[in-house]
Design a protein around this ligand. Structure first.
Ligand SMILES: *Cc1c(COP(=O)(O)O)cnc(C)c1O
Length: 396
């Protein structure tokens, strides 16, 4: 009985045991805790923008762009309004549009495909490797047609995609490689920062991302001077000079307050990523030995930053509810792969087309992950998860 209590087999036992269940609040993300130690730095940064009135584009954006390019080991960074805009702008800047195809993966946030569609081009999906959950380079060549113009590998959860193979194939077919690095600021692949690997990279600074603004923001990085210049023109209504619109662009500028806040937060990014990695190591140590819990793989070629720590488990949805009762907030990234979303019905994909993406979509559970997590919270999550999975085995 004592052992049963410890393992949390509460379902079939007396109510007295239910009372002994531990409840520790573990939010999925705690931006308050994350900002608390840098609160005065952030306030000073906002204050400076208000004092100078440089709200849209301008010196704070330029200062952040410079710092972010350096951080990503690239020559240029271009600040924009969001990660969705940055994906779209990069494709637009390469002249990609109606009649073209862009290859990406179905297990990403919807925006990856959405940005392709907004250029008028068609998203073409290929499956991911079951182990890393990033684009499987072995499937790339067969998906290339005379219409293919670009490839968008996604560094999902902070795990860099297998860029060497993707770049080699893309080069042979003269395809533009755009990294979707929205979840991976600071991650490394074979000793190089993501953002510096493809022809261009897209970042999101949505507040919940591992480098998050205090609102919406995004950026692009590249070593291509002509591309950077074109991105700057396109994000500002196609103007190279004031009131001279050489083409039809958009308002996709980054705002000054976001740039100032990001400049502060960038200084702390390496430390934050280090903490994420340390938390992930504890999760893996506590969960990796369980026969029914699959922890994320960590290829030696990559230093991933665990924007998301997701395990694969049976009865995922039931487990999510059980953990919530123990005070633990989890999420699912992403329950429905993009090719099965109703918005993409017209592309004609069907269930079973991408087994690795579909299977992982039904099994993945994202555990609480942010730099300020306490060890006690991580241990509570791990114990609660093990107990939940064990209790399901008992019921069978
Ligand atoms: C968040 C995200 C985006 C979109 O970024 P926004 O800033 O929210 O527009 C694109 N791709 C991936 C993989 C993302 O996680």
């Amino acid at each position: 009985m004592a052992a049963a209590c410890q393992q949390g087999r509460y379902n079939s036992i007396s109510p007295k045991v239910t009372l002994t269940r531990k409840r520790i609040e573990v939010p999925f993300l705690d931006l308050g805790a994350h900002h608390s130690p840098i609160r005065s730095e952030l306030m000073d940064a906002i204050h400076e923008v208000v004092e100078s009135n440089a709200y849209a584009g301008g010196p704070f954006v330029e200062r952040f762009e410079h710092a972010f390019a350096q951080y990503c080991q690239t020559k240029y960074a271009v600040g924009v309004g969001s990660g969705t805009e940055s994906l779209w702008l990069a494709l637009k800047a390469k002249g990609i549009g109606p009649g073209d195809e862009v290859i990406t993966v179905p297990n990403s946030f919807f925006a990856t495909a959405e940005a392709i569609s907004h250029t008028g081009a068609k998203p073409v999906f290929i499956d991911v490797s079951n182990e890393t959950l990033t684009m499987d380079p072995a499937l790339l060549e067969a998906a290339i047609t005379h219409r293919t113009k670009a490839v968008i590998p996604v560094h999902l959860f902070g795990q860099p995609a297998n860029l060497d193979s993707i770049l080699e194939i893309a080069k042979r077919h003269e395809l533009f490689v755009l990294e979707d690095a929205a979840q991976a600021a600071g991650a490394e692949y074979k000793g190089r920062r993501v953002g510096s690997l493809g022809d261009c990279a897209s970042f999101s600074f949505y507040p919940g991302k591992n480098l998050g603004a205090l609102g919406e923001a995004g950026a692009l990085t590249t070593n291509d001077a002509a591309l950077a210049q074109r991105l700057r023109i396109l994000r500002d209504h196609g103007q190279a000079e004031k009131n001279e619109h050489s083409e039809i662009g958009w308002n996709a500028r980054m705002d000054g307050i976001q740039a100032a806040a990001l400049h502060v937060k960038l200084k702390h990014l390496d430390q934050s990523n280090e903490k994420r990695r340390a938390h992930a190591a504890i999760y893996t140590e506590l969960l990796g030995t369980h026969p029914r819990i699959e922890t994320p793989s960590e290829p030696t070629s990559a230093e991933q930053i665990f924007h998301v720590y997701a395990v694969r488990i049976p009865n995922r949805d039931q487990t999510l509810d059980t953990l919530a009762k123990d005070g633990i907030q989890c999420f699912i990234h992403y329950p429905v792969p993009i090719h099965l979303q109703s918005a993409y019905q017209h592309l004609g994909y069907a269930k079973g087309d991408f087994p690795a993406s579909e299977e992982s979509a039904s099994q993945l559970l994202s555990l609480p992950m942010y730099p300020e997590l306490a060890r006690e919270q991580i241990v509570h999550v791990a114990e609660s998860l093990r107990a939940a999975v064990d209790s399901q085995i008992d019921q069978q």
